[in-house]
Design a protein around this ligand. Sequence first.
Ligand code: HEC
Length: 111
Amino acid sequence: MILSGKSGKTVLSGLAGGLALLGAATVQAQEISRGAVIASTCYTCHGTYGVSPGSIPPIDDISAERMISTLQGYRSGQRASTVMGRHASGYTDEEIREVAQYFGNLQKRGK
Ligand code: HEC
């Protein structure tokens, strides 16, 4: 009885708004963490955050656009490689975009 009428509506719309916000935040968090998880598989060879400690090329200074076209080139075989073709073939376009954005965002944050 207390919740009926005007105040009942306010409570409900407030809850719906909160759920919508929660949904958006969850989607974003998933994307960030998937990019981060994929990126962590690159660190074995390319060094932490792509700052290579050895002879494998560093990938910390590559824009998201270049990263996407490079990985797609490796995947299709258009770009010659020893290991990257095989590695890139395991990723979908979506995953390539996410890992490229992750590396691109690292640059903007100054790593
Ligand atoms: C098994 C080791 C290994 C792993 C894991 C690996 N790479 Fe590579 N990467 C290489 C090597 C070696 C090259 C040089 C090209 C070649 O011979 O395959 C390279 C080249 C590249 C290049 C081109 C760099 C340039 O300046 O030309 C990019 C971009 C790249 N890798 C991105 C990635 C990303 C992103 C990941 C993770 C999803 C990754 N690599 C995982 C070994 C690795």
